[in-house]
Design a binder for this molecule. Structure first.
Ligand code: PGA
Length: 277
C-alpha cells in the first residue's frame, strides 16, 4: 500500500478479501497500523479533493497521529487545497489552556493544521480560520458555547465526513457509556477509565481534566458519512461490542449500527479477533 495509488482512488490496492460488510458498515482490514494510516489518510484526502469547500469532522488521540502525518504528505504531494475546507473537531478537554500540548487545539495545530498550511487566525476560542475545536476559554458561558458550536456545524452545512477513533470503553468523541442517542454538543464528566487511558498525554494522571466538551451522539449521527479507525489489541472488545452485538447505550459507538454510511478501518490484530461469518 503506498500513496502512489491515490490517483487511482483510495480503494486501489486493497484486496477484496480484506473488505467485509457487517450490517450497514463496511470493514477494511489491513495487516499493519501503518497501512491503516495510509488508507485512512487516502480516504480523507479523497474527500478534500472531491469537495475542497466541504466540511470535515476530525478526531484526535494516539490512533490519528500517523493518519495525519500521511495526510500532510498527501496534501503537499497532490497539491490538495485546504483553505476553503471547514473542519470541526469532536471534542476538547475542559478546563484546559490552548498552550497545553495535551489540548486538542494544540494537537490539531501540531499534527495537521500547521504542517498542512491550513489558514489559522488564532482567536482564543473555538474557531481559528475555518478550523473549529470546542475549546471554551471561560467558565460562565459553557452552555451557550456548546449551543453555538452545534449551530456553527449546522450553519456550515453539516459534516460531510466524520473521522472517529474509539475508546477502550466504546466511547466516540467523549460520549462516555450511558450517553443518550439524542445528545448534542455539551459538557460531560470524563469516565475514570478515559482519564486513566489519556494520562499518558499529561505529566501526571491528576493533570487530566475532569471534564470535556464533546459533540453529542446525535451530532455525530447527523454526519453524512463516518470513518472509524482503530488499531491494536486494546480496541478488540470495543469494536466487537460496537458492531457485533445489539446496540446499547453502554457502548456508545454501537449507535453507528444505525448509520447508513460507516467505514471501519482496522488492523489485523483487531480483525482476526472479530466474529466475521
Ligand atoms: P486513542 O483514543 O486513539 O488515543 O486510543 C481514541 C479515543 O479515545 O477515541
Amino acid at each position: 500500500m503506498s500513496l502512489h495509488s491515490f490517483q487511482q482512488g483510495p480503494s486501489q490496492g486493497i484486496e477484496a478479501n480484506s473488505i467485509r460488510s457487517i450490517g450497514e458498515a463496511t470493514f477494511i482490514m489491513l495487516p499493519t497500523p501503518e497501512e491503516v494510516a495510509v488508507v485512512a489518510a487516502m480516504k480523507l484526502g479523497q474527500f478534500i479533493k472531491d469537495d475542497p469547500a466541504g466540511v470535515l469532522g476530525l478526531a484526535t488521540g494516539g490512533t490519528m497521529v500517523e493518519p495525519y502525518r500521511v495526510l500532510v504528505e498527501l496534501i503537499s504531494s497532490q497539491s490538495l487545497k485546504v483553505d476553503e475546507l471547514t473542519t470541526f473537531n469532536l471534542d476538547e478537554y475542559y478546563p484546559i489552556s490552548v498552550e497545553n500540548e495535551a489540548s486538542y487545539r494544540s494537537y490539531m495545530n501540531t499534527h495537521l493544521f500547521i504542517p498542512a498550511r491550513f489558514p489559522l487566525t488564532p482567536a482564543n476560542g473555538a474557531q481559528w480560520g475555518k478550523t473549529y475545536v470546542p475549546y471554551c476559554p471561560s467558565e460562565g458561558d459553557i452552555e451557550d458555547f456548546c449551543d453555538e458550536y452545534e449551530r456553527a456545524i449546522i450553519a456550515a452545512g453539516g459534516v460531510g465526513l466524520q473521522l472517529l477513533g474509539i475508546g477502550e470503553n466504546g466511547h466516540i468523541g467523549f460520549n462516555e457509556p450511558g450517553s443518550s442517542a439524542d445528545s448534542i454538543t455539551r459538557i460531560v464528566p470524563l469516565d475514570p477509565s478515559t482519564r486513566a487511558a489519556n494520562a499518558r498525554f499529561f505529566s501526571t494522571p491528576e493533570e487530566v481534566p475532569t471534564h470535556a466538551i464533546t459533540m453529542g451522539l446525535s451530532t455525530i449521527m447527523a454526519s453524512e458519512e463516518v470513518l472509524l479507525v482503530a488499531t491494536g489489541h486494546k480496541k478488540i472488545d470495543a469494536i466487537k461490542h460496537a458492531f457485533f452485538s445489539p446496540p446499547t447505550p453502554e457502548i456508545p459507538a454501537s449507535i453507528l449500527q444505525h448509520h447508513s454510511k460507516v467505514t471501519v478501518i482496522i488492523d489485523e490484530e483487531i480483525g482476526k479477533a472479530l466474529p466475521f461469518k
